[in-house]
Design a protein around this ligand. Sequence first.
Ligand SMILES: Cc1cc2nc3c(=O)[nH]c(=O)nc-3n(C[C@H](O)[C@H](O)[C@H](O)COP(=O)(O)OP(=O)(O)OC[C@H]3O[C@@H](n4cnc5c(N)ncnc54)[C@H](O)[C@@H]3O)c2cc1C
Length: 490
Amino acid sequence: MDYDVIIVGAGVVGCAIARELSRYRWNILLLDKEHDVTRGASGRNSGVVHSGVQVPPGSLKATLNIAGSKQFPKFCRELGVPYRRVGKLIVAQHKRELATLAQMEKDAEKSGIADLKILDKPQLKQREPYINGIAALSSQGEAIFSPYTLNIALAENAQLNGVHIKLNTQVSEIDRSKNKFKLITNNGAYSGRYLVNRSGVWADKLAELAGISGYRIYPCRGEDWVRDKEWAKMINSMVYPVPVAGSGGLGIHLTPAIDGNILIGPSAEYINGREDYRTTRPILNRLYREARQLLPSIDRRYFIAGYTGIRSKLCRPGSTGFSDFLIQEEPKVKGFINLLGIESPGLSAAPAIAQLVRKLIAKGLKLETNPDFNPIRKPKTSFNNLSIAKKAAQIKADPLSGEMVCRCEQVTRREVVAAIQNTLGAKSVSAVKYRCRAGMGRCQGGYCLPRIVDMLQEHTTEEITLHGPGSHMFIGSTKELLKCYSKTGN
Ligand SMILES: Cc1cc2nc3c(=O)[nH]c(=O)nc-3n(C[C@H](O)[C@H](O)[C@H](O)COP(=O)(O)OP(=O)(O)OC[C@H]3O[C@@H](n4cnc5c(N)ncnc54)[C@H](O)[C@@H]3O)c2cc1C
């Protein structure tokens, strides 16, 4: 089949573009090399909708960030994704930082951001009793949401509206002839008139496949700690330090996650491997040390997990730290819509990025509204969030709701079955986890993992993996391994 538009990369931005384009009568294909959506930066970040404070005024980043964040409440409402405005505090700990706070307030006002205020020490203490600081810039526009839930919701809604989604499909060659792009993948060949490159840390390499050179992505890893839910109430808002000038980062901050944990991080470290997701002891130690400067009573015993995400930076190590988003139709390769350097605030800007891409495509393709477009995805209320009475009624109506598979996150058998039967066809332990949170709690899957594996066995004939092809969990029965061992001695 020939497509009007092929989008490479099913992260939040790729999926937001797919959904936006599905408002029109275009044939759209969305490809990703991974077995599920949300495997890149979109499932590995802080889940913050930034209002635009700390983004240089006048940049494309600032414009799209501000426009995107204004659309976020409706975006999340339509897609059934929890969203909560909690605001942000940038906290000064030394007198010498006060001038920077004042300058940040001025810059943010220049970008048109409202709801800003400098708090003095008593006001800061009143708002955040456990936070250490002498003053803070308060910005009320920041919100939190679940980035992987949004990514999945966008993909499901795009699919509902006619977008073809192909996972486990890695683009390895691009041929441009007769005004079309032909993409060769491990999963067939596809052709399309427009090609949208939203392949994250690989975006420069994908552009090279189409003969576009001169771009380079510098991967920059961010590590985070996740703190147990038990202590969620220690902060009410996001808490940031005053950033170090020229660092390009926001500094190690504390974020109350929408599901009740506190996230501590992320660090910023240029690395060579584009998918080197390991967490490292020295960085995690540093996060703890720096977090304690803001929140002295934080205790390491309640850290339950670490994770990393990789920023796709256009600015090289050692430069000033700022590079703008690059979003354009490549002048020399018509129809190739290139998106590079979509690092933070890429999530916050996603709705506006999608609209910009639609405008670029509409210059060459006729814009006819899809009369069947349905923006709504039914929200999935988790069992854990129901009242006792509703829980009782649900168990009565559906016995599968009465069996608890994940005790920490209170996820029922019914919810795990629904996650396994997802419309995108992703079947792995991680696909289940990102859809219903089973395994994300305090014991990190210690209790529920064998149960989830059993259920996967019941519902799928495919090999059970941790996160798609190559991530094997089982290599055979113990008896067979022992037999093999006794024969070979290895
Ligand atoms: C630590 C960290 C914290 C962050 N915090 C925030 C925040 O709080 N707020 C915010 O607004 N932003 C934040 N960001 C930025 C945000 O996460 C990104 O801007 C956003 O997720 C980018 O989404 P994407 O869809 O462009 O890319 P990705 O999510 O990286 O998706 C790219 C996709 O392309 C696929 N792909 C690559 N090559 C190929 C190929 N050859 N063939 C097929 N598929 C391919 C990959 O598998 C991947 O799924 C953070 C980023 C990091 C790393």
